[in-house]
Design a binder for this molecule. Structure first.
Ligand SMILES: Nc1ncnc2c1ncn2[C@@H]1O[C@H](COP(=O)(O)OP(=O)(O)OP(=O)(O)O)[C@@H](O)[C@H]1O
Length: 629
């Protein structure tokens, strides 16, 4: 597939706020990347390489304007997303799975039922077959990079975008990696990657170079034509100097950037080494270097030479009905686009599998990862048991003592805070990395967000609920709360609902705001809810209406009220009184004193579930919105 862009501009909000200052990072560039070519986007740091790649691939869409054409036709975003893949600079691989398992999950999600993905061949080609039983987190940097490529190869997309695939790799591994990319390109794919400053030997492996500086294109053309171009504009590259180093050194001078950008018409021109290599008599003037593309209609592209015109038909973007025998043969015989067309036949628009299949595959993957995370499980187990025993010791056998009214309240508040803080830490620690991974997989059309979100919620429940029940049981019996089935069930249920609501709040803040910072502020976001809860137990004064309404939004308050109602409700008998007079020995007195005698445990739990639902919906919408921009 040929990719063409015209007057491409990318504007970002410098401070990340909608009405904040804007910065132009890609400045109306043109260019064209053809199938079968390995293209390097080069430039100094901060030039806009990643921004250009993100804009071209669709990984970023907010702030991008300009014309994007695929095979000469305007780009259909959904179709393009399905036909391309984006490999991030960071190796985002699912942890705790072996190479083979990761490949199998990718194949199940990306290849429609009935078609067999050539996982074995791909692993063989990528040199990973002997490491197929190694866990992804144990692989070396180069192997991780090759696995990232292998995972995307299972459905054989015709366009590959890679952001700095060689960063962090040594020279030998870098060369191996670029050779793999070259092989992919030779099989008929369009492979575009950003690269910092390649060595001369590495640069030669690229077919085409696109150099960007200060958001403008300063060179576009065949790799071999770069030095002659620089010579022709009065900037000869010294002999024995690496051309990549030389052109990047030139960008230190803003005037040279302007000069080169004008010469290459900000990417409208393509420098061909064939024309450069042509004998002087075949090039009577320098105009033959200036080639531009014009599309009169969606079927033809005109290449205008100095005074001659040649026209060629572009292949049809929407597809072909040609049948192909087997996918693996297509992989090796180079008919990448055809193979891809065949892979896309599925009942679910946009995805190779149905939502139900996606949910099942993802749930299985998540459960496997949870079970294999022995260290995490052990830490959680010890944490819950230790905290349960400590809380139990603090309030040992107090639950039936009519003189301990304040300690009873402290126990209820303490329990709710424990459940809230324990769960809100989970998004803080895990979510930022998880979101990056999901964004990559979702963007590369592995699955939709809905089944992912459903699987995420369901997969965590068994472990979360089990640990909460362990903690609750220890506290319940150590504190000496009288046993009744309904009281015990409500006691355990409250803990779980509070923790789910707190986790939902952490996820919602993380999704709506920046994921890293959002998750980090999650724990402090509990504080206002706690404040409202404590304010609500103001025995002396009338609570103003506004505060009353705000208090209703505090899931912490709901949790505490439900906890008090559980411990002192359910027809509880009067508490033991070892003093002359115990004002709160009768449970009804305490409930009346707290002004909650008319409330019910199930009502408070229902409100908490409602709040949890709102938080989790916010998280889902926030994620959707983030991924869409
Ligand atoms: N979301 C953003 N908000 C603010 N500035 C941004 C954003 N994205 C990119 N920029 C700015 O745009 C410019 C280009 O960034 P980009 O990451 O594309 O550069 P790069 O050429 O890939 O650099 P490097 O090689 O160092 O990764 C930089 O000055 C960067 O600070």
């Amino acid at each position: 597939m040929d990719l063409e862009f015209r007057n491409l501009t990318y504007v970002v909000q410098s401070l990340g706020i909608p009405k904040g200052p804007r910065k132009l990072v890609v400045k109306g560039v043109d260019g064209r990347f053809t199938s079968g070519q390995l293209v390097a986007i080069m430039g100094p740091s901060g030039a806009g390489k990643s921004s250009l790649l993100n804009a071209l691939s669709g990984y970023r869409s907010a702030g991008v304007t300009g014309e994007l054409l695929v095979n000469g036709q305007p780009r259909d975003e959904h179709l393009f997303q399905r036909s391309s893949c984006y490999i991030t600079q960071e190796d985002l691989l699912q942890p705790l799975l072996t190479v083979r398992e990761a490949m199998d999950v990718a194949a199940k999600l990306k290849v429609p039922k009935g078609l067999k993905a050539p996982s074995e061949e791909i692993l063989q080609e990528m040199g990973l077959l002997e490491h197929q039983h190694t866990r992804t987190d144990m692989l070396s940097g180069g192997q991780k990079k090759r696995l990232s490529i292998a995972l995307e190869l299972v459905n054989n997309p015709p366009i590959f975008f890679l952001d700095e695939p060689t960063s962090g790799l040594d020279t030998v591994t870098t060369t191996q990696c670029v050779k793999v990319l070259k092989q992919l390109a030779r099989q008929g794919r369009t492979v575009v990657c950003t690269i910092h400053q390649p060595a001369a030997s590495l640069l030669e492996l690229f077919d085409q170079v696109y150099v960007i500086a200060d958001g403008r294109c300063i060179y576009q053309g065949d790799t071999g034509a770069m030095v002659p171009f620089l010579r022709s504009v009065g900037l000869p590259c010294p002999v024995h100097h690496n051309p990549a180093d030389f052109i990047i050194e030139l960008t230190e001078n803003p005037e040279i950037i302007t000069h080169l950008s004008k010469e290459i018409m900000n990417g409208k021109l393509y420098k061909s080494s064939k024309l450069e290599d042509a004998p002087p008599q075949a090039a009577p003037n320098q105009m033959q270097l200036k080639i531009s593309y014009q599309t009169d209609d969606f079927q033809e592209t005109e290449i205008i030479l100095s005074n001659e015109k040649c026209t060629y038909k572009v292949p049809n973007y929407e597809g072909s009905s040609a049948s192909v025998s087997s996918l693996s043969s297509q992989l090796s015989n180079g008919n990448s686009s055809m193979a891809w067309m065949k892979m896309q036949k599925s009942d679910t628009p946009g995805y190779a599998t149905t939502y139900c299949e996606q949910f099942t595959i993802l749930l299985k993957r998540m459960m496997t990862q949870i079970i294999r995370n022995r260290q995490g499980l052990s830490i959680q187990f010890i944490h819950h048991v230790m905290c349960g025993v400590l809380v139990g010791i603090c309030f040992f056998n107090m639950a039936n003592d009519g003189t301990q009214m304040f300690n009873h309240l402290k126990l209820c508040v303490g329990l709710v805070i424990f459940f809230a803080y324990t769960q809100i830490m989970v998004p803080v620690l895990v979510y930022p990395q998880e979101v990056k991974l999901v964004k990559k997989e979702h963007f590369n059309c592995w699955y939709s967000l809905t089944p992912y979100y459903a699987a995420l919620t369901v997969s965590k429940l068994p472990v979360q609920v089990t640990f909460n029940i362990i903690f609750s049981t220890i506290v319940y019996f150590m504190a000496g709360i009288p046993f009744s089935v309904s009281r015990f069930v409500a006691f355990c249920l409250i803990g779980n609902v509070v923790s789910l609501a707190a986790e939902g709040m952490g996820l919602a803040i993380g999704s709506v705001f920046n994921v890293q910072n959002g998750c980090a502020i999650g724990p402090s976001a509990i504080a206002p809810f706690l404040g409202l809860a404590i304010y609500g137990f103001d025995f002396a004064h009338e609570i103003p209406l506004l505060m009353n309404i705000l208090m209703k939004t505090s899931f912490i308050r709901c949790g505490i009220v439900a906890m008090v109602l559980t411990i002192f409700g359910f027809d509880r008998q009067p508490l033991a009184c070892n003093d002359m007079y115990c004002h709160f020995a009768k449970p009804d007195v305490l409930l009346k004193y707290l002004d909650i005698e008319n409330s019910s445990v199930w009502y408070e739990i229902a409100i908490m579930l409602g709040i949890m639902f709102v938080f989790r919906s916010m998280c889902y919408i926030g994620l959707r919105w983030r991924f869409a921009t």
